[in-house]
Ligand binder design. Structure first.
Ligand code: SOE
Length: 376
């Protein structure tokens, strides 16, 4: 039987545009997918020369600068939104209204109402939606989820997540420091990943919380010029909150851009009545697992290399122990999406997951504004 072909249009050619391009290029090479991937058109705001260079490098056939034209094309089935947050809403809704499946980067939107409108548009137009919570696609986080699902962790007591990066306090202004463009700072950029991972691994939803947001560096030079004017930073550098989950677990979350030495320290620990798991992206192929049902003398964390063929997302072209890296999580994400589209079933995480995370982000803002515990 001839395979269906999924024709893709990508919006964005910065960091996430690179991650998506690499994923579309490699997913069908690594995995025997039920559909082919055709990289039809790259769209971004740039000169024709720069766009052509990027497109040729990754294998996009055509280039476009107007995303409205891209999403209206009838030779495209899937739109990837890898643009700054303030554009997600209009792009994703327009794509869905033109009957395209949509993969949108996280956080899904800059505010809850936009995220909800995006999820409604996907449902109404019967398209498959995907929200880019890429850390779900590591073998070790998938194994953590499996251990929870199998009851090996027991009743969950604690979820402790820290996503810490090490940004330059003197660096120039970029869109990520502007609320109107990014929605929030460390909170949405990093915290959204941790919130989603906690939901993915434990299956629980955060129901109430109390939060703190803080901006340490309030002004940044608007460009790299030595005498550049200073502009206002209007987002948080750090966000932290404690919370309660619907299954009774307690949570403790921190997202920060100012943790010297922490390059991409996205970690999560879950402690339950029967065991604990700990994962850190900086050692991403491993999961620490403590089985509390073992004898006290030998009980402790075991470091599991989660790349064995039998583990979730094991297999593929790489033998056990050969590990995956940051870019590979996007390849796994795209492979999963292509399977979902080819088989006509929902992709997880969808826009609905994006909305559920956004509800927590919204509650964090409310909690800090009112300086009190709030319900999600
Ligand atoms: C920047 O902080 C960033 O690129 C995030 O936007 C990504 O989602 C995260 O995976 C890595 O860090």
């Amino acid at each position: 039987m001839t395979k269906k072909t999924i024709r893709v249009g990508l919006i964005g050619h910065q960091f996430m545009g690179v991650a998506h391009s690499n994923a579309y290029r490699n997913a069908g090479i690594w995995y025997d997918l039920p559909a082919n991937i055709e990289m039809v058109c790259l769209c971004a705001k740039d000169t024709e020369e720069n766009l052509r260079k990027f497109a040729d490098k990754f294998g996009w056939k055509e280039i476009e600068t107007d995303w409205r034209k891209l999403v209206a094309r009838d030779d495209i089935d899937l739109i990837s939104v890898a643009s700054p947050g303030f554009l997600h809403r209009d792009m994703a809704i327009a794509a869905a209204e033109h009957g395209k499946h949509v993969l949108c980067e996280k956080p899904l939107a800059n505010d809850l109402a936009s995220a909800e409108a995006m999820w409604e548009a996907a449902k109404k137009n019967n398209v498959i939606s995907a929200c880019g919570f890429s850390y779900r696609f590591t073998p070790a986080t998938a194994l953590a989820k499996r251990l929870v699902d199998e009851g090996r962790i027991g009743e969950i007591y604690h979820v402790h997540a820290r996503y810490a990066q090490d940004w330059d306090e003197k660096g120039p202004m970029v869109w990520r420091f502007k609320k109107e463009l990014a929605g929030s700072g460390a909170l949405g950029d990093l915290g959204s990943h941790s919130i989603d991972l906690s939901r993915f691994i434990t299956g629980g939803e955060i129901v109430s919380l109390v939060a703190q947001l803080k901006t340490f560096v309030k002004k940044r030079p608007v460009s790299n010029e030595p005498d550049a004017e200073m502009g206002d930073v209007t987002v948080d550098d750090v966000a932290q909150f404690i919370c309660e989950f619907d299954n009774g677990a307690t949570g403790n979350f921190e997202a920060t851009r100012f943790a010297g030495g922490r390059k991409n320290h996205n970690c999560i620990e879950i402690n339950g009545s029967k065991g604990s798991v700990y994962w850190d992206f900086e050692d991403q192929n491993y999961l620490l697992f403590c089985d509390k049902t073992e004898s006290k003398e030998t009980q402790g964390f075991v470091k599991i290399n989660a790349t064995d063929d039998g583990h979730p997302y094991g297999g593929g072209p790489w033998p056990q122990g050969h590990g995956i890296g940051y870019a590979d999580t996007f390849v796994l994400e795209v492979a999963n999406l292509v399977r979902a589209i080819a088989e006509g079933r929902p992709h997880v995480p969808s826009f609905e997951d994006g909305v559920k995370v956004q509800r927590v982000l919204d509650a964090i803002d409310r909690s800090f504004a009112e300086r009190k515990w709030v319900n999600v």
